[in-house]
Design a protein around this ligand. Structure first.
Ligand code: KIV
Length: 294
């Protein structure tokens, strides 16, 4: 991918949101994310599941695009992420990458390993991760701590960057008893802190912390040195933030979670809304003290 981030107005997708040239952006890579963290700049991430929205997010300056298995809920109408297949993840990952290539996008793309595609063995995880990496992903994400640690190590040793995911882990929503805050009690908070350190030690370069108290996500962020925390409903103390794109655009089938802001308010286009999200995260205005999960 080139370093230019200029959008053409004559793409096969029709006119993309703005043809105005953007400032030069280098391709996002792990060293680049490390640089951001070192200079105290927040990392921005949004989900995207198709070529056009991925291109728009990239043009708006979003550094990381997550092809999340949340697509099961927002694209497929499922009631949880449990029913999402590896083939569906491959299809959407490939679509996102095609969109980014068309506009010479620079975003770092993370693809979710869906439910039961990495649970059996480290070899199963490697085969599943290979499908998503060959579809163009730069990194795979998997949920849980403890039992996942050796799987993370196995993938990282084989050259696959891994993002871990702790707190509310949607693939285990039934075991957790619903979409509720995790790590409130001392014991569960201690467990999450320990698992985060183990995942870093195993080589995870990123860690999504979902629906955990701000004090806990801030502590974990400060303890981790080589693994960047990305919060969702976890307060502002993490190294970066992620939202499900549909939620931050105010379009979803249910009620928006309490920790989400509708960035379409006051925006005249999707790209403007995404750019407002980037700006709000970078400036520390999002999330504010009311935008959390507890
Ligand atoms: O699948 C997804 O969109 C996610 C985010 C909620 C972090 O995992």
């Amino acid at each position: 991918m080139s370093t230019s981030n200029t959008l053409s107005s004559t793409t096969p997708y029709g006119t993309l949101p703005s043809a105005s040239p953007l400032p030069e952006r280098r391709p996002v890579s792990l060293p680049r994310l490390n640089e951001l963290r070192e200079r105290g700049e927040k990392i921005t991430m949004l989900t995207a599941y198709d070529a056009t929205f991925a291109a728009v997010a990239d043009a708006a300056g979003v550094e990381c695009i997550l092809v999340g298995d949340s697509l099961g809920m927002v694209c497929q109408g499922l009631s949880s992420t449990v029913g999402v297949s590896l083939e569906t993840m491959r299809y959407h990952t490939e679509s996102v990458l095609r969109g980014l290539r068309r506009v010479q996008g620079t975003a770092w793309v993370i693809a979710d390993l869906p439910f039961s595609t990495y649970h059996e063995s480290r070899e199963q995880a490697l085969r599943s991760a290979a499908v998503l990496m060959q579809a163009g992903a730069h990194m795979v994400k998997l949920e849980g701590g403890g039992w996942t640690t050796e799987t993370v190590r196995f993938l990282v040793e084989r050259g696959i960057p891994v993002c871990a995911h702790l707190g509310l882990t949607p693939q285990t929503v039934h075991a957790l008893g619903g979409y509720r805050v995790q790590g409130r009690e001392d014991q569960s908070a201690m467990l999450l802190r320990r698992q985060a350190l183990e995942l870093q030690d195993a080589g995870a370069a990123m860690l999504v912390l979902e629906m955990v108290p701000a004090a806990l996500s801030t502590d974990i962020t400060q303890e981790l040195k080589t693994c960047h925390t990305i919060g969702i409903g976890a307060g502002k103390g993490t190294a970066g933030q992620v939202l499900v794109m549909h939620d931050m655009l105010g379009v979803n089938l249910g009620k928006n979670p309490k920790f989400v802001r509708n960035f379409m308010d006051g925006a005249s286009s999707v790209r403007e809304a995404m750019a407002a999200y980037v700006q709000a995260v970078k400036s520390g205005q999002f999330p504010d003290d009311t935008q959390h999960a507890w």
